[in-house]
Design a protein around this ligand. Structure first.
Ligand code: SF4
Length: 449
């Protein structure tokens, strides 16, 4: 495998955290559909909960999230009131009290909530859902906002997993993305988290940022290893300034090209594997005894809007502006503008702005794509049988993989597709062969590598 392939397959494809992907949601799905879908859920199955806090105190120029910059706490406090009301509105529409085993807080910066906010919100959640005693309660953390007292409050509220945003430790790279975060700030927060019992730590790193080089990315991984995270996510910077206007502040001339991005990913990945981490899917790495690596070994890894997960719940309820939920009937996404979100919830309705109802074909393709993204392999006939479809289909899709086979990215064994190890960075391209929406859609995605 040479960098030449990265250059030849320089295409823009979705990251497949869902299928169909969010750009294909439509406003044909609204609050009434969501209410009906909630009412039809099976209360014997545990569900997962996601909470979106769309505020930050400064804008990182690489950011791809839905967030708003605030300098005061007041808008956050008002938003939290609405979010708590949304929990009540959604719970009221469920046919029973449901067990919940995974709670995830993302943003934005959830760590802009106060310690008292955490206590109160988790109390309200526990009042409406049976949160298992061993439930995973995960929070995305910006180490720049955090004190030791705050970490103590998080632990007291029940948080037991933290995802720490780092991106890169290099000061020049940090300056170019407007994220000043000295290594010692991150190190201190890691120490506090472990001291107060929040021992499950993920670390988010990036390649493809302005001024990054292979040597700098290797140095970034070395520094990350000194903090001994259980999991590392190694994301490629997605430069989409037509969707995220603040990315125009990034100097495009300082961005690595596709071949250099491929070299950076390969170098960082090799260093993590040499340090004993297991490569998980497209862009995650986990210690061999971590639940993510264990799930991978058992074929039980999953992918949802937060990325790779051991969470196998069939239902993910999303709370907050722009939050996405996944139900057996389809996907729902709340409206994004904060005013519209608040108006809907305060008016006693749900805030669903768009979504998609899943067809049988969508479900079948969603599972093929999820298995490819997780296991880097799928047996088409096994999945087809599971979905009550006839074996032997997907001739067009398989034919579409011919160039990837010729280039050693995938191998076919009967009706089983498997990525080669060298083909791992191209898994999104293989998944895209099964995406019928991609052919017709107008959405522009990030680069495949
Ligand atoms: S802290 Fe996170 S969500 Fe906020 S601007 Fe930076 S990257 Fe985006």
């Amino acid at each position: 495998m040479t960098a030449d392939l990265a250059s030849r397959y320089d295409q823009r494809v979705p990251r497949y955290t869902s299928y169909p992907t969010a750009p294909h949601f439509t406003d044909g799905i609204g609050p009434d559909d969501y209410a009906a879908w909630l009412g039809g859920l099976d209360a014997t199955r545990a569900l997962s909960l996601y909470f979106h806090i769309p505020f930050c105190d400064s804008m990182c120029w690489f950011c791809g999230c839905y967030t708003k910059i605030v300098k005061q706490y007041k808008p956050i406090a008002s938003y939290l009131e609405v979010l708590i009301k949304e929990i009540e509105e959604v719970a009221d529409r469920l046919p029973a009290r449901f067990p919940a085993r995974h709670l995830h807080w993302g943003g934005g910066s959830p760590t802009l909530l106060t310690g008292a906010d955490w206590m109160r919100t988790l109390e309200r959640i526990r009042a409406r859902f049976d949160v298992a005693a061993d439930a995973e309660v995960a929070v995305e953390m910006d180490p720049r906002d955090t004190t030791e007292d705050y970490v103590r409050d998080l632990a007291a509220a029940g948080v037991n997993r933290a995802s720490i945003g780092v991106q890169d430790f290099d000061p020049e790279v940090q300056k170019a993305i407007n994220r000043d975060q000295p290594y010692d700030v991150t190190r201190r927060v890691v120490e506090w988290l472990r001291r107060h019992g929040i021992g499950s730590l993920n670390m988010d790193l990036m390649y493809g940022l302005p001024h990054q080089t292979v040597a700098r990315v290797e140095a970034m991984v070395e520094k990350a290893l000194t903090l001994e995270p259980q999991r590392v996510a190694l994301f490629g910077y997605a430069h989409v300034p037509w969707m995220k206007a603040h990315q125009k502040l990034i100097d495009e001339a300082a961005l690595p090209d596709t071949v250099e991005r491929w070299r950076q990913f390969t170098a960082a990945s090799a260093r993590l594997i040499a340090a004993g981490y297991v490569a998980v899917g497209l862009d995650h790495f986990a210690r061999p005894d971590d639940a993510l690596a264990v799930a991978l070994g058992k074929g039980r890894l999953h992918r949802n809007f937060q990325g790779y997960t051991v969470d196998d719940a069939a239902v993910l309820l999303g709370f907050g502006a722009s939050a996405i939920g996944s139900l057996p009937q389809g996907y729902v996404q709340n409206v994004s503008p904060l005013k519209d979100y608040a108006r809907a919830i305060e008016g006693g309705t749900l805030a669903t702005g768009r979504g998609v109802a899943l067809s049988a074909d969508d479900r079948l393709r969603a599972e093929i794509i999820e298995r490819l993204m997780c296991d880097l392999a799928v047996d088409l006939d096994d999945v087809a049988r599971k979905h009550g479809a006839s074996a032997g289909g997907f001739g067009t899709e398989l034919a579409g993989l011919t160039p990837l086979r010729a280039d050693g990215i995938v191998v076919l064994d009967g009706r089983r597709i498997a990525l080669t190890e060298a083909g791992r960075p191209f898994v999104r391209l293989v998944a895209a062969a099964f995406d019928t929406y991609l052919q017709t859609g107008q959405a522009r995605h990030s680069k495949a590598v």
